[in-house]
Design a binder for this molecule. Structure first.
Ligand code: HEC
Ligand code: HEC
Ligand code: HEC
Ligand code: HEC
Ligand SMILES: [Ca+2]
Ligand SMILES: [Ca+2]
Ligand SMILES: [Ca+2]
Length: 277
């Protein structure tokens, strides 16, 4: 009975978080998902062979971006069948790619595969350590990892900038303001630097820590946030990241055009001062 009640509360709590995203959940957001719940044997989320039931992560980034490991309906695990559709452009993440060490092209589907098989590829013994800890594959901490080839700061190696530390802890002000400017209000309930009124992130053109070149270990990682030639674009629509969170991407962001530079139509182009629209 007690167990049933706990489960009911858990599901109710999750539903509540989904329904009212502006109310901060009790957990901190330092990990991709907040925790795992156990589904009983026979649950449609588990495989028929999962006699003990199965565990599924929930909360934090997972609430909106889904299972990081999800592929498509052919996955043997029912919980990993919800294909990732990007909320930025409505496009699925499925790309045909040949790894440096292979000859046959492979179809890579979803956030996990495109990140770990295309951006950081098999050449390196340290590829999994880019995001994971030495102690195991769970949890994944957003700004801490085991790699000794790149900065050991997990996701923030590409989704953050050192220069944005200060007003708040962490490197992810641009990522957070991208959410805020897109109408996701919950980041700013905990992070001061998620609110454009409190802080202006450094420009689109400032390199995230992992974008240095050359890098023999990870030759296919992103190298340029202005992404004029797909240096930051691997999947979904033809854009990379909005690194500073102002809603303008890559070379369409004024930060990526030197003053007086010619634009695509041969006109002289002048960036507006930041934050005037
Ligand atoms: C409440 C839902 C929600 C949560 C929670 C959430 N996101 Fe997002 N995320 C979105 C939406 C919506 C977009 C697309 C916004 C747009 O471009 O219109 C997005 C976009 C992104 C992008 C793309 C940014 C770009 O430059 O295009 C990344 C990366 C991302 N989220 C990572 C995360 C991480 C990491 C977390 C957890 C710390 C997280 N998100 C939590 C809703 C969410
Ligand atoms: C770009 C970052 C990144 C890379 C690189 C990466 N992973 Fe992951 N991995 C994640 C995230 C995020 C999760 C989901 C964690 C969560 O749900 O909270 C995950 C989950 C997992 C899980 C499930 C853990 C659990 O108990 O739920 C396994 C297993 C795993 N990864 C294996 C690997 C292996 C093996 C490699 C290297 C070949 C790798 N990962 C590379 C980000 C990454
Ligand atoms: C090696 C660099 C790198 C690392 C490390 C990395 N990312 Fe990414 N990530 C990218 C790039 C580049 C894109 C955009 C690719 C594109 O649009 O084609 C991206 C896109 C994403 C998106 C999809 C946004 C959308 O448009 O829908 C999410 C979510 C995301 N990353 C989460 C994470 C999380 C969580 C981690 C850490 C576990 C992580 N990333 C680590 C480089 C990285
Ligand atoms: C319930 C409070 C809470 C909410 C809501 C929240 N976070 Fe966090 N977040 C934390 C805490 C606590 C940490 C860990 C402390 C730290 O490293 O700054 C953290 C850490 C992070 C980090 C790693 C630190 C870094 O380097 O920047 C990222 C990235 C992040 N959060 C992004 C987001 C995004 C994006 C959202 C909105 C979708 C969000 N958070 C919403 C509490 C929260
Ligand atoms: Ca893209
Ligand atoms: Ca931008
Ligand atoms: Ca960019």
């Amino acid at each position: 009975m007690r167990r049933c009640l706990t489960l009911a509360l858990l599901f109710c709590g999750v539903a509540l978080v989904v329904a009212t995203v502006s109310v901060p959940p009790a957990e901190a957001y330092s990990t991709y998902s907040a925790d795992k719940m156990t589904h009983p044997a026979g649950s449609p989320r588990c495989r028929a062979t999962d006699e003990e039931g199965c565990e599924e992560p929930y909360g934090n980034c997972k609430t909106c971006h889904g299972h990081f490991r999800a592929t498509d309906e052919t996955n043997s695990r029912p919980m990993l069948r919800d294909e990732y559709i990007s909320p930025t452009d409505g496009k699925p993440w499925r790309e045909i790619y040949t790894e440096v060490t292979e000859t046959e092209p492979v179809l890579e589907i979803g956030l996990h595969e495109v990140h770990r098989h295309i951006m950081v590829d098999k050449l390196s013994r340290s590829r999994c350590d880019v995001c994971h800890l030495e102690s195991g594959r769970y949890p994944v901490i957003l700004n801490f990892s085991a790699t000794d080839e790149l900065e050991p700061i997990g996701c923030m190696g590409c989704h953050g900038r050192w220069e944005d530390q200060g007003v708040d802890s962490g490197l992810g002000a641009g990522l957070r303001q991208h959410h805020t400017n897109a109408g996701v209000t919950e980041c700013k309930t905990c992070h001061l630097d998620a609110d454009p009124a409190n802080y202006t992130p450094v420009g689109e053109d400032v390199l995230p820590p992992n974008y240095f070149t050359p890098d023999a270990e990870f030759p296919n990682k992103p190298t340029d946030p202005c992404s004029a030639h797909r240096e930051e674009d691997y999947a979904g629509g033809p854009k990379g990241l909005d690194n500073d969170g102002d809603g303008r991407y890559d070379k369409s962001d004024p930060d990526c055009r030197p003053i007086g530079a010619e634009d695509d139509h041969g006109r002289h182009w002048r960036p507006r001062p930041r934050g005037d629209d």
